[in-house]
Design a protein around this ligand. Structure first.
Ligand code: MN3
Length: 237
């Protein structure tokens, strides 16, 4: 009898113990046996895809180092701790986020933090920025009128997010939308007002910019536009 994925997950958890996840991705389901691969049984801090200094002068090396190693590293450690302490069962980080209202708050904060940062690092690159081209540029033009109009609207969302949070470009029911979320929430979460699949993400927590820009979030956002990895973003539409 063919079981649905949800039933499969439910029936498999007893055998699977803690579910294996590498970075943000589920490692694999061992085909045929009906069990999930259970090693390594924890989340892993993914290495930055470039050096700490690679985004200079736009984003400084020390900020990148602390942000990646200490902040993102902290989310990963605390997420692993929460999973172990609460004996949590889930099939992937994404599935956990989609049902986040059923998990403890520490999973919302640290699971969101892990997922968001894993995406954020990949959406920047040395020599990034500039307007995108091809189909992605056309999609932005058709959704927002022009690249500049898109950029202004996204910047506004990032500026208006009060306190800590993220600005997002998402695909929502086949349409591109801009919005923001508080804290480490993201548009995959069932509790989020903004919903959709993230295409572009910008961390506007003070830890992302305070060393270099102090309170000037606008300067950080301006600098960040010079790092955007449009090729990576274009894969998500
Ligand atoms: Mn951050």
């Amino acid at each position: 009898m063919k079981t649905t994925r949800r039933e499969f997950v439910k029936n498999s958890v007893a055998a699977a113990a803690v579910i294996a996840v590498s970075g943000t991705s589920f490692v694999s389901e061992s085909k045929g046996s009906g069990n999930f691969l259970s090693e390594p049984a924890s989340f892993i801090l993914p290495p930055l895809p470039y050096d700490f200094a690679a985004l200079e002068p736009h984003i400084d090396s020390l900020t990148m180092q602390i942000h990646h190693d200490k902040h993102h590293g902290g989310y990963v450690n605390n997420l692993n701790k929460a999973v172990a302490e609460n004996n949590l069962k889930f099939s992937s980080l994404e599935e956990m986020l989609k049902n986040i209202s059923t998990f403890p708050a520490t999973v919302r904060n640290n699971g969101g933090g892990h997922w968001n940062h894993s995406l954020f690092w990949k959406l920047m690159k040395p020599g990034g920025g500039g307007p995108p081209s091809g189909k992605f540029a056309e999609a932005l033009n058709s959704a927002f009128g022009s690249f500049d109009a898109f950029k202004n609207k996204f910047t506004e969302a990032a500026m208006k997010r009060f306190g800590s949070g993220w600005a997002w470009l998402v695909v929502q029911d086949g349409k591109l939308e801009i919005g923001s979320t508080p804290n480490q929430d993201n548009p995959l979460m069932d509790v989020s007002e903004l919903k959709g699949n993230p295409v572009l993400a910008l961390d506007v927590w003070e830890h992302a910019y305070y060393l270099k820009h102090q309170n000037k979030r606008a300067d950080y956002i301006n600098a960040w536009w010079n790092t955007v990895n449009w090729d990576e973003a274009a894969k998500k539409i």
